[in-house]
Design a binder for this molecule. Structure first.
Ligand code: NDP
Length: 505
């Protein structure tokens, strides 16, 4: 991390909330990594006020100027990717290879947002229609002003960058509140921006806990981009409602994978293991439920068990996955395994004893009743349920029975069938014959339905999410039928009535 003085640091001394601090800890061993200020209302309001001023400068840069600045920011991040990945790895505990891949994906999004904002958001002409042929009609997109980004700890660069990059490219200034588990990541990003544009705090980070996030919602922000749990999203919405601040909510998931009778079982097993255990299962769109068609159920289960039984978490750079980042999640994972087993489920790999003090070994459960919490609630751990279904039809029904709807996947050699099934799955994103395949496609909007949230980050929709729509008409000539007058002529009304009947009657 750099030790440069940021605008944020410079003002800290004068803030009334100065003095309160918290530690960020290495989840592999509990060691203190660094200490950060726990910022309160005064700090947050000051950061938002600075952002408000910077937003005016940022707006004046226009699409071309912002593209250049953002590409410079991208190069600055990319050229020190390993330093950022080291912070991610230390704070989240994930293996450094995984952390570097996360940075790589985040950089791809930054690049895409920078290069595509003009094409998507520039004012465009639309048809004005027959009745208003005398008007030229335009749709344009304006930045909100200041966007507050509240991020989680599981992908502390990639996930918030899905909001930060798109909000910046759309012309907003951003105040970023990283999770209290990963504050160093937020500070690293804000410092990096500060190193290229020292006098323009277009991207700032504020550090603290949930109260700092709540203060951000109450500060003078124009939009909140929230990523985190569904329960917190509801609190964030309630706080934002006080000032009618709109939000985009990227929440948890309970993603299902469907495996058809004709699927490539080896490939499905490989993706299932990665989707369920990667990042210790702490992936919003990770695989948590697998529904396998009866003819291949046993074969799939045996091969998955064989594949993961020797998988070991650890703290090495190339470990399969790391520790549980959030201590209290360990109890949730244990409770869900217990609940599944007590209701008649079977553990094929691991069990309750797989849940250790900091690490959770792989757990594969089967025959788990659909009312178990391992099926109904987000687990966020390296456990997965594999249940048998008669066919894909039953698989679709079970997948769609969840209150969540973030991601889903289908495995079948019949790609046309795969796409048909994919269309019917109630989720914001879906993959055929892979998992998480969308993460590296910046053009694809990302987000969920139901308890997984609303609104979209990434892609054209992600850029529009951080813009307000501005519609405009320019009168070209006086209308032959002059209806927008208090002195409407009987002849004009007669022709209008005739047109109505002819066109729509
Ligand atoms: P949390 O909901 O606990 O926290 C998310 C963020 O909100 C954190 O920065 C947190 O701060 C902050 N926060 C907490 N309370 C408040 C409050 N009252 N007002 C404003 N902000 C608040 O989620 P986690 O960090 O534990 O992340 C895991 C969750 O995120 C999982 O459910 C996962 O599925 C979801 N997620 C969703 C993604 C998606 O794109 N759909 C992507 C990644 C994760 P602090 O941490 O300091 O308490």
């Amino acid at each position: 991390m750099t030790d440069q003085l940021t605008p944020f640091d410079a003002d800290r001394e004068s803030d009334t909330d100065a003095g309160r601090e918290f530690d960020s800890l290495d989840p592999r061993n509990g060691d203190v990594i660094a200490t950060y200020p726990l910022q309160g209302t005064a700090d947050v309001e000051a950061a938002v006020a600075r952002a408000r001023t910077a937003a005016r400068w940022w707006d004046v840069q226009g699409f071309r100027g912002r593209r250049n600045w953002l590409l410079e920011f991208k190069r600055a991040v990319a050229s020190e990717a390993e330093s950022l990945a080291a912070v991610v790895s230390r704070e989240s505990g994930k293996p450094s290879e995984d952390a570097l891949l996360e940075v790589m994906l985040a950089v791809e999004h930054l690049d895409w947002a920078a290069k595509n904002a003009k094409k998507i958001l520039k004012q465009r002409k639309v048809s004005s229609g027959l009745v208003s042929a005398n008007q030229a009609a335009y749709v344009g997109y304006r930045p909100f002003g200041v966007v507050g980004v509240i991020g989680p700890w599981n992908y502390p660069v990639y996930t918030p960058m899905g909001s930060i990059a798109y909000a910046l490219a759309a012309g907003n200034a951003v105040v970023f509140k990283p999770s209290e588990l990963t504050p160093g990541v937020g500070k690293w990003l804000a410092d990096k921006w500060q190193s290229i544009a020292p006098s323009q705090p277009v991207l700032q980070a504020i550090t603290g806990d949930g109260s700092t996030g709540a203060a951000l919602c109450r500060a003078d922000v124009d939009k909140i981009a929230f990523t985190g749990s569904t329960a917190t999203a509801k609190r964030v919405m309630a706080t934002c409602a006080e000032n009618l601040v709109p939000i985009v909510a990227e929440c948890g998931g309970k993603d299902a994978m469907l495996v058809a009778e004709d699927a490539d079982i080896d490939a499905a097993v490989e993706f299932a293991a990665f989707g369920a255990l990667g990042n210790a299962g702490q992936t919003c769109a990770g695989v948590e439920r697998i529904y396998v068609a009866k003819p291949v159920y046993q074969q799939f289960l045996d091969r998955l068990a064989q594949k993961v039984v020797t998988t070991e978490p650890g703290g090495a750079p190339d470990s399969a996955y790391g520790p549980m980042t959030l201590g209290k999640q360990i109890g949730i994972v244990r409770d869900q395994i217990q609940d599944a087993l007590s209701k008649g489920g079977r553990a094929v790999v691991g069990g309750v004893d797989s849940v250790r003090e900091r690490y959770v070994d792989p757990v594969v459960l089967t025959d788990v009743p659909e009312d178990s919490t391992a099926i109904t609630e987000e687990t966020f751990g390296p456990t997965v349920v594999v249940n048998e279904v008669a066919d894909l039809e039953e698989g679709v029904a079970r997948a769609n029975a969840s209150k969540y709807g973030l991601g889903a996947s289908v495995f079948t050699k019949n790609k046309a069938q795969g796409r048909r099934i994919a269309e019917r799955l109630q989720s914001g994103v879906v993959t055929v014959n892979s998992v998480l395949g969308f993460a590296g496609v910046p053009a694809l909007p990302f987000g969920g339905v139901g308890d997984s949230g609303f609104g979209r980050i990434h892609g054209a929709d992600g850029l529009r999410e951080f813009s307000t729509v501005k519609s405009m008409t320019v009168q070209k000539f006086t209308a032959p039928l002059n209806l927008l007058t208090l002195d409407r002529k009987a002849r004009d009304m007669k022709i209008s009535a005739w047109m109505l009947a002819k066109r729509h009657g």
